[in-house]
Design a protein. Sequence first.
Lengths: 207, 381
Amino acid sequence: MREEPRGWVPVEHRWFGLDRRTFTPALITLVAALVLVYGLPALNAAIPWHNEIRAGDVLDLGDGATAVPPVGWQLEAGTLTGGAGANPTSLQVLLATGGATIELRGAAFDGTARAFLEQVLRSEGDRAPAVSGAFDTLTTDAGLVGVVRSTTGPGGDGVDAAFKMATVAPDTAPALVVRVQASPGQFERHRDEVTALLRGIAPETGR
Amino acid sequence: MTAAKAAQLSAIEESGWGSPFRFVQPHNAAFWVYLVGVGGGALAVLRDFGPSAEFYAPALTGGLLLFGLYLIPWLLLLRHHNRFTSQPAGLLATGFVWGGIAAPFWIALPANGALLEIWAKVGGTSFAADWAAGLTAPVNEEFGKALGLVLLIGLAPRLVRSSYDGFVIGAFTGLGFQVFEDVLYVYNGAAQAYGANQFGTTAQVFLIRGAAGIVSHALFSAIFCAGLMWALGRTPAERSVPRGVLTMLTAMVFHFTWDDLSGLSGGGVLAAVLPFLIAVVELVVLFAVLRRAARQERAWTRDLLGPEVDAGFVDPVLLDAVSGLRKENKAYRKHVHGRRKARHLVEAAHDLAHEIARAGGVDTPRIEHARSEVRRLRGTT
């Protein structure tokens, strides 16, 4: 039998210019990829969160540092004390409730809390379409001195706060940034919970 | 026709060696799916990282430079293992690009994000911190990379036949994934510190990921794709679904242990020792899979050169070396009293086998030249 020239598709195998004999590997790949790319996110969207903060729960911020999250919010990332343990320089905590989120992220940073928050804002460039308030000082109940500023924009209102997680030699301690975002008109409803969380942030005992 | 000649023609037909690889095949549905995957991956890179690229340029430049250099010894190592009925560079590059662009950015990024969150929802965030990575990446990433092999089967059905083909293509696909993921980790490391000390975070990621990369995606995918080829059984003599599935699962378990080391070790001394123990086990299994996968290719090489041995163009010991592994090559080096001469003769015999396969078993001027090269290197005319 003569071999067909390169690229020649026998008429009985043609389908809209494609060679039907190549469909099996192509379709297997396409279907498997689509299941992974769209099926898993769809499944994830269909599963609700059931990780509600209960009274007495304490967030692990790494190296013994803690915060008290608002009761009733969903813990979507991060761990509570007594769990797997957290790394203060790669910390990622996300709390969510209807119309508002609180994100806590840790990083290694040499410098003051204010310099850290400025670095955070610089890394975001001009992407945030919001008006920001001036920096203010916030001292937590445990004596951590941080900076805080409020933001407001068409997407809602929020608060950005930064701390160095030590009261002794804070410049070399891990840094923590807390970002609160609320839908328009929702911030006031959560103001007390946010304030309580910020004031409750405590460093490792002895730092 | 002699038995040796019949075996030679059968080896040419079964191995498909010498068939050209053409990437652009508008009639081939696999070609279009490949473009969708790589295009989707490229778009995801631009969408997710483009806006911040300028701010993180020092980290990204450093990462690309360092991991670009890191790639060189890997390519030399994998080139060495692309032997017997070796694959064309274009085909391996096609696998590498799938592994580097489509698998991580089109498939793994959204799939991992979703599955990680599913584990947190189902088991809680503490469970997820310990185990979610290991229960996510081995599924999404191993299959994501292996889909590149499936597409290459569609693009080059004659060339991708044996489990050793799967092993080599898997290694290149995994290497692509590994290097591009490393650059992603460099970006993430810099973003984690909000762009402070970018060169420092880049160097840190390079050292950690570079060392861990020795037993990472290239290894996982080589094992996984060899298993996939055994399960698919594109060479009838090699077909074994149980062996194939077991090999694929082994690669996924290795990936799991690597991603969940902290959960498995529970901290303490074990955390320091376990990575090395796992690495040793992985390397032992890797070479066992390689040896098993090479059997068919070694047999094809012997069959291809069988008539050349009968005709006296190739020595039986040279045939052993060109179709052999380290042990046979070492014996051949002793036989000819020289490492360099042995290497040249083995390469010349490989050239001859390749020319025979390309010509479909009929004599051509190129085959005649390849024979004369073997003769010249042996020092006989």
